[in-house]
Write a protein that binds this ligand. Structure first.
Ligand code: PA5
Length: 447
């Protein structure tokens, strides 16, 4: 197995009988998922997606990616939440968090429409100046404010720069198959469109056109990504947590939660994992954080955060556990040079590979944190590759669904996201929100 769960550092917190006691809940969760009888069962398309996907559309995604590579210097990907995090996570993990600064034969990829910031928008427009631009706007509903505003701006930019005809060749739309204003508008304008399947929610959509088009445009092998996910979909079907690491992970995080460990920290030792962490946070936060329940998903990148959050993790309130991503082979080596003067006293490290130093830092930190009362789960990943990343994405999605069902929530809805939208629309004066606006304004004035 390319991914292995090492839970030896949770053994002082979780006993064999704890594990045995949660097995029935895991089996029941698996039943709900596999028989499609649980809450949110109309959003289970992602379960079989790695093999059961639209092959014709997959070929169109590859063709569109080639067209984007040939015709632009900058691809602007417009979307928020599940409509951008997966693509960004995969590109930064497999290519680099500084992908845009590297010498390459693929376009820069920038993400827009995930904030409400004049500064961010103006900066991106400045980056696009004098460069050839393509746009991939992604919104399942087609009505989300942040990406809709950004799309207005970039559509106008492209039409001004290339004319309506030229812009049509550079705008790619990923949205619902049939519904929504974005779908209607795109059909009328003649844009090439890709589908967010009805039965796949945003945060489970990285292996649909939502993630795959920007990922392919960045030069990543999407066949390998899908093959890896397909392998995982076969590997993690056993309900027995002694034989299924994915289900065991879901079980252990629930057991720790029941002991008051209400925060799970996804810990990585590679800067390229930062957006993967963000994708994971959305997946788990939006899936489980409801009905007054759920683990709060947090993340750190070490060593960086050992010098900021390390103190709290080691020594602060005992509310958390860590899940550590331990990637054995990142595909890079760097030997530490010898310094004849040995000014820093570090010649004992001369010739040692930097990733071997990292390994010692990781092992030392795990032991220190466990000694400090922080359970550590280690996810051992054998290499950094598109195939294994496909496995990992599926591993986390499946574990999230099982974990959500163990927690007895609907892992596939996100009712809480609507509250801010309603208030924002009311305060902005959207027609139909007059009463709420008056009420909110009164509250703001009184505060
Ligand atoms: O996971 C989800 O469903 C959400 O994060 C959505 O992806 C996000 O709200 C964006 O929605 P839409 O794609 O409809 O613009």
């Amino acid at each position: 197995m390319a991914i292995k769960l090492n839970d030896r550092y949770t053994s002082t917190f979780i006993s064999a009988s704890d594990l045995a006691s949660i097995q029935p809940a895991v089996t029941a969760a698996d039943q709900l998922l596999r028989t499609k009888s649980g809450a949110g069962n109309d959003f289970l398309g992602w379960v079989t997606l790695p093999e059961d996907y639209d092959k014709e559309e997959f070929a169109r995604i590859k063709a569109a990616a080639e067209k984007i590579k040939k015709s632009c210097d900058v691809l602007v990907v417009i979307g928020i939440g599940g409509s951008y995090l997966g693509a960004r996570a995969v590109i930064e993990y497999l290519k680099s968090p500084i992908y845009n600064n590297l010498k390459k034969d693929t376009p820069d990829v920038y993400f827009a429409g995930n904030s409400i910031s004049a500064t961010a928008l103006n900066e991106l427009l400045a980056i696009c100046e004098g460069r050839d631009v393509c746009v991939n706007v992604i919104s399942k509903s087609g009505t989300t404010t942040e990406p809709a505003v950004a799309f207005r701006v970039f559509r106008a930019l492209l039409e001004q720069k290339y004319g309506k005809e030229g812009a049509r060749e550079r705008i790619f739309v990923t949205t619902d198959r049939a519904k929504g204003t974005l779908k209607q508008f795109s059909t009328d304008a003649g844009y090439e469109t890709f589908v967010v399947p009805d039965d796949v929610g945003g945060r489970f959509s990285v292996l649909t056109a939502v993630g795959l088009l920007p990922i392919a445009a960045a030069g990543i092998d999407i066949d390998q990504l899908m093959l890896g996910a397909a392998k995982a979909s076969h590997d993690y079907t056993d309900t027995d947590i002694n034989r299924n690491d994915c289900y065991r992970y879901a079980a252990i995080r629930n057991l720790l939660y029941r002991q008051g460990k209400a925060v799970e920290i996804l810990t990585a030792y590679e800067p390229s994992c930062a957006m993967l962490n963000e994708w994971w946070k959305q997946l788990y936060g939006e899936s489980e954080g409801k009905d007054g329940k759920g683990l709060f998903p947090a993340s750190v990148i070490f060593s960086t955060d050992l010098h900021s959050l390390g103190q709290f993790i080691q020594d602060g309130s005992r509310i958390h556990f860590e899940t550590v991503l331990d990637i054995a082979d990142m595909g890079n080596r760097f030997a530490i040079p010898n310094d004849p003067a040995n000014i820093d006293g570090l010649n004992f490290l001369s010739g040692m590979d930097l990733d071997d130093v990292k390994k010692m830092a990781m092992q030392g930190t795990v032991l220190a944190h466990v000694d400090g009362g922080v359970p550590n789960l280690i996810l051992e990943i054998n290499e950094k590759s598109a195939f294994v990343l496909g496995e990992l994405l599926y591993f986390f999605e499946l574990a999230c669904a099982i974990s959500g069902y163990i927690l007895e929530v609907n892992p596939f809805n996100q009712p809480g996201v609507e509250a801010y939208k309603k208030n924002m629309f009311a305060l902005l004066g959207k027609p139909g929100y007059e009463d709420l606006r008056a009420d909110l304004e009164k509250r703001l004035q009184n505060s």
